[in-house]
Design a protein around this ligand. Structure first.
Ligand SMILES: *[C@@H]1O[C@H](CO)[C@@H](O)[C@H](O)[C@H]1NC(C)=O
Ligand SMILES: *[C@@H]1O[C@H](CO)[C@@H](O)[C@H](O)[C@H]1NC(C)=O
Ligand SMILES: *[C@@H]1O[C@H](CO)[C@@H](O)[C@H](O)[C@H]1NC(C)=O
Ligand SMILES: *[C@@H]1O[C@H](CO)[C@@H](O)[C@H](O)[C@H]1NC(C)=O
Ligand SMILES: *[C@@H]1O[C@H](CO)[C@@H](O)[C@H](O)[C@H]1NC(C)=O
Length: 324
């Protein structure tokens, strides 16, 4: 029996060994396409500290799937940036977790591998390991959700990097945060599923000042937030070019949490106070002739319609500020 399990593990190990290939890429040079207007967010006072920029690639497809800004001291991501590429259904979640050997500054050509590998102690300094979470009572909460990527197995696999997760209260992860992820997915499917549309997300974790797991190794965030942008600038049909919209959402990492709903503009003011950041920016300005589109807000009417629809999805999606 034991031998059987060993060979099964070995088989899975071999299968996954070469596949998920993240790459430390200064300023996200290789995955700028993960950001609206190819422009990463500007969160000054925050993300320049202990920040490592990772482009998530899958070796089999040789393509960059998403971007992670990782805090190597708190050992959680500042944020993950990703798109919904398609609304295809089907597919299973990958059940393995991955590490990013390159964060340890080891040979950059060294292949990443799954967490079961015995060498994981080598990577311990620069990132969280599976064992940090195991007895912690917290979930490994995905920032870039696996289920947004039902199009391919590889697209789901890359979300299972331990650099794409942070300790999340189980009730929050399985409860209201999951409901939010589903609502946003459906809202994008309803409103942003036309030829040429792009669906950008940035999901972040706000570190706590001292709550940790695993003897202080991994920070337990106070909040999880997500900002979304339906980019209609590339719409094939001229009548759809101004149908884009945006919104932001934040919830406390606690039992029975609520989700607070914002415009990006209001959320940036809130974020500035929360993160002591001046003039933060999530989505770059975009010009159509003389018209400046700020915060990916192409169409205010459409934004209000969609956001009000989301708020009605759940009693705990709150149409007010977190601190009022
Ligand atoms: C997306 O919307 C279409 C049309 O409303 C619907 O038929 C389809 O099931 C939705 N897809 C998903 C994955 O929910
Ligand atoms: C993705 O596939 C899984 C497994 O088949 C399914 O449970 C889930 O509902 C799908 N998600 C979407 C958004 O279609
Ligand atoms: C969460 O809600 C449940 C059901 O309403 C309640 O039993 C529980 O005490 C609440 N927990 C907290 C921490 O408020
Ligand atoms: C903005 O969106 C509304 C639907 O919410 C639509 O009726 C209107 O035509 C859009 N405006 C532009 C300029 O496309
Ligand atoms: C949310 O608040 C705005 C402004 O106060 C209001 O116009 C809108 O109707 C509210 N939405 C819902 C679903 O209550």
């Amino acid at each position: 029996m034991k031998i059987g399990i060993f060979f099964f593990d070995l088989f899975i190990f071999m299968q996954n060994f070469f596949f998920v290939q993240p790459e430390v890429s200064k300023d996200f040079v290789n995955c700028k396409h993960c950001f609206f207007q190819d422009t990463p967010p500007y969160l000054n006072g925050l993300t320049e500290q202990n920040s490592v920029q990772i482009c998530q690639r899958h070796r089999l497809l040789n393509r960059y799937f998403f971007a992670i800004n990782y805090n190597s001291v708190h050992r959680i991501p500042y944020y993950s940036a990703y798109l919904i590429d398609s609304f295809d259904k089907g597919g299973k979640r990958d059940s393995f977790w991955y590490l990013e050997p390159q964060l340890a500054g080891t040979d950059p050509s060294f292949h990443p591998h799954i967490v079961k590998d015995n060498n994981q102690q080598i990577y311990k300094d620069s990132q969280a390991l599976n064992e940090d979470y195991r007895a912690s009572g917290y979930d490994r909460g995905h920032l870039n959700p696996s289920f947004y990527h039902n199009e391919t197995k590889q697209a789901r696999q890359v979300t299972n990097s331990l650099t794409n997760v942070a300790p999340q209260v189980r009730d929050f992860n399985k409860g209201i945060w999951n409901k939010l992820e589903i609502s946003l997915y459906n809202a994008m499917n309803d409103s942003c599923n036309f030829a040429g549309a792009k669906r950008y997300f940035i999901t972040g974790a706000v570190p706590s000042s001292g709550t940790t797991i695993s003897n202080g190794r991994v920070n337990v965030p106070d909040y999880f937030w997500t900002a979304m942008c339906c980019d209609s600038s590339g719409a094939n049909e001229p009548s759809k070019k101004m149908m884009g919209w945006s919104a932001a959402f934040i919830g406390g990492n606690i039992d029975n949490s609520s989700i607070y709903v914002y415009t990006i503009e209001d959320f940036l003011n809130f974020l500035a106070k929360l993160l002591f950041s001046s003039h933060p920016k999530l989505f770059a300005d975009y010009y159509i002739g003389e018209t400046k589109i700020r915060n990916c807000l192409f169409n205010q009417t459409q934004a209000s319609t969609m956001v009000n629809g989301i708020i009605r999805d759940n009693d705990r999606f709150e149409n007010k500020s977190l601190f009022n």
